[in-house]
Design a binder for this molecule. Sequence first.
Ligand code: ADP
Ligand code: ZN
Length: 526
Amino acid sequence: LFAADRTRRPDGLSVLQSVFGLNAFRGQQGDVVEHVIGGGDAVVLFPTGAGKSLCYQIPAICRHGVGIVVSPLIALMRDQVEALKQAGVKAAALNSSLSLDEVRAVRQALRDGELDLLYVAPERFSANGFYELLAGIEIALFAIDEAHCVSQWGHDFRPEYRELVKLKEMFPEVPRIALTATADPTTRADIIERLGLEAAQTFISSFDRPNISYTIVERANARAQLLDFLKGHQGVSGIVYCLSRAKVEAVAEFLNDKGIPALPYHAGLEGRVRSANQDAFLKNDAVCLVATVAFGMGIDKPDVRYVAHMDLPSSIEAYYQETGRAGRDGQPSDAWMCYGLSDVSQRRRMISEGNAPDVVKRLENTKLNALLGVCETAGCRRQAVLAHFGEAHPGGCGNCDTCLNPVDTWDGTDAANKVMSAIYRTGQRFGAAHVIDVVMGKVTEKVEKFRHDQLPVFGVGRDIDVKTWRSVARQLTAMGLVHVNHEAHGALALDPGARAVFRGERTVTLRRDQQRKTRDTNRALA
Ligand code: ADP
Ligand code: ZN
């Protein structure tokens, strides 16, 4: 909109006010804008809803030339371009949804220097002639949105993002700004390396979303538990995530049967139905959208009041990202998750049967363990999640289930000693099931075959039930005292920290198994 005026460029704040109608920058937005207007490279790590878009939109308007925005989703581009046009900004998109004529028109507008912002899919950069087109025009900046897509460690790897490293060599004078809401240290370092942004200034803000309340429950009867949770959320919008398409369908049908208006969303639905359901969700204020994780990236619906997970996400990053779609307006919102052990083994199977290289598989398992640690913690969930992003939170947030209803813990030092000694005595070659059989003194075929009934540790744990032993094994894994050796068919092995427990230098506080508690309570009530 200022494209024609080659002499006077407006400053960031006046664009924020005159174009976007906002009063003041939020958090570090103003610093980023100023840095990029000045020609600097930037890596912006802000949580969802923090206002990352303005960090590149305003500099693109203020600087000469067009800002090229790389964005992974056509739906996202469409929404952004629409919103910009309404604000009077000259924005366009180049993607596979355009007709040839439309593409031609956009290219012409680019050559004529008529655009402030151009949104493109990452595939464009490997398409014929795109670099030549860019070389012929004045470019204000490159913005790489959802930059975690460049990293295999992120939760949404897009190989096409790898092409973008070329921008540095081909356009050394043009500032580049990479933005993401994913900020675990591994992904962060990988983004910087993959995009050649070592010299860029990093802007990072707290990832805490204080208005989101976290609750994680163990699965007893998932549907009944979901229904119970949704009872407290009538007449508002929310998302229920399921792992598979079949489950999406089944859960949506179940909710409708129970009188909760729900719509399914997954990649297997006919395009027309999918976008109708998405639109209904975006436009109404009381729709429950039951979806696979295919739904959500780039969806800007401010009043999502809850996000429920019927299955474990793949990592803490994914959990954070998905729950982060709740409460973008800053109003109180709920993140609720129901998980069970079968999820964990299903995940492990998906990882081991996938065709990723071993190093990636190992990392995926580590990520899953880290998420389990958050599920099984007796401490503050917010603290556990933020710790994963390298952010220290004092805990006791008062807005998560473990803070609101402190969980029952017990001194598991003795139990830990028993399990770990069984792991050690059996040669760190057996999975949890066998180790628990040994501790509980079960004479199975395997026990007889390996003569494990002769071990001193055989039968030392008859006083505790099998469910509790499983939970002990899991929690020791989440604590990093024990790990699962995936090369050895899931054999449990000891980690260095186990030694301190054996020596009596470290105690182990365990969370009491919730299912057992409910069952006991039920029994007590009966
Ligand atoms: P992100 O990409 O970080 O998730 P968005 O850029 O989509 O966040 O912005 C989230 C919401 O916050 C949008 O509705 C946007 O208009 C609003 N917003 C961003 N910056 C400001 C600001 N400085 N003042 C008021 N609202 C803002
Ligand atoms: Zn808390």
